[in-house]
Design a protein around this ligand. Structure first.
Ligand SMILES: NC(=O)c1ccc[n+]([C@@H]2O[C@H](COP(=O)([O-])OP(=O)(O)OC[C@H]3O[C@@H](n4cnc5c(N)ncnc54)[C@H](OP(=O)(O)O)[C@@H]3O)[C@@H](O)[C@H]2O)c1
Length: 266
């Protein structure tokens, strides 16, 4: 349960996993600030969270691919005297155009949303957390961080791997200040992600036992974050898959991948 001016800030909090994290935290009494680009969605989500859970919820519409967005978010929080006790770095999307065809500007925006903005948001709120000697950080990463390289979305897996290492390094350096970072690595999750990333046709071919609801992912992720765990791979299915990926020969992984994630590795 949060104090009056204490908030959880959630990037990408207006849809999918981020919105389910918002609902889960609201049910636990946390006040919320949601970040994404679409102001109308943010307004609707905030209103329904206030209505349903009786918490305070605010939103900041901005594009995290814009390098000024993070300082703008921080300034808005300071002006309203919001203390950020929980930071959920969740916003993300995929690029479904071959790497040799996309523009470098598109790749840089992608790196900024999934990588640089996560680092900047964490950096800008970290000093306040250190001062208060408490803070919870979540980075919504992906099972892609452990999976073989994909034939689509060349940079997606590498960025998620980077984010896992970044989260580990935060724990190493800031646990002593009462701050923990949890890397949450979902597998295929039913959200708007695949439509937004133009890969819904590939998602439709994924076996149903490998698809989970955003609500389930959020619940396991929030529980892990509140317990201060460093890594959360939601669901037994994906815990087992990641375990197997670490122990079975790579040649076998390459043979199985086209069955479990058709099109992803062609
Ligand atoms: N779905 C999966 O299968 C899956 C699996 C593993 C990991 N993940 C990760 O889970 C996270 C959440 O994805 P999701 O599945 O919940 O997708 P989603 O339903 O499409 O939600 C993505 C959220 O990010 C926001 N967003 C996207 N680009 C943004 C930008 N440039 N600036 C600010 N906000 C932006 C979106 O809002 P606006 O469009 O309004 O900006 C939306 O609120 C991502 O980091 C993704 O990599 C997803």
């Amino acid at each position: 349960m949060a104090n009056k001016n204490t908030y959880a800030l959630i990037s990408g909090g207006s849809s999918g996993i981020g919105y389910e994290i918002a609902k889960d935290l609201a049910a636990r009494g946390y006040n919320l600030i949601l970040i994404s680009r679409n102001e109308k969605n943010l307004k609707n989500c905030s209103a329904s969270l206030i209505n349903e859970y009786g918490i305070s919820a605010d939103y900041i519409a901005c594009d995290l691919s814009n390098k000024d967005s993070v300082s703008m978010i921080y300034k808005a929080c300071q002006e309203k005297n919001y203390t950020i006790e929980v930071l959920v770095n969740n916003a993300g999307y995929g690029i479904n155009t071959p790497f040799h065809i996309t523009s470098i500007e598109d790749e840089e925006s992608f790196i900024r949303v999934l990588g640089t903005s996560v680092i900047s948001l964490t950096k800008i709120f970290l000093n306040d957390m250190i001062e208060k000697k408490r803070g919870k950080i979540m980075i919504v990463s992906s099972v892609a961080a452990f999976a073989p390289p994909s034939a689509i979305q060349v940079l997606y897996g590498p960025i998620k791997t980077f984010m896992n290492r970044f989260s580990d390094a935060l724990n190493k350096n800031y646990n002593r200040y009462g701050i923990t970072s949890t890397s949450v690595c979902p597998g295929f999750t039913v959200t708007n992600f695949h439509t937004a990333s133009n890969v819904q046709d590939l998602m439709d071919k994924v076996p149903s036992f490998m698809k989970f609801s955003a609500e389930r992912i959020a619940k396991e992720g929030v529980e892990a974050m509140l317990k201060g765990k460093s890594l959360c791979i939601p669901t037994k299915t994906y815990k087992s898959i990641v375990f197997l990926l670490k122990i079975i020969p790579y040649s076998l992984v390459r043979r199985l991948e086209s069955f479990f994630a058709p099109g992803r590795y062609k």
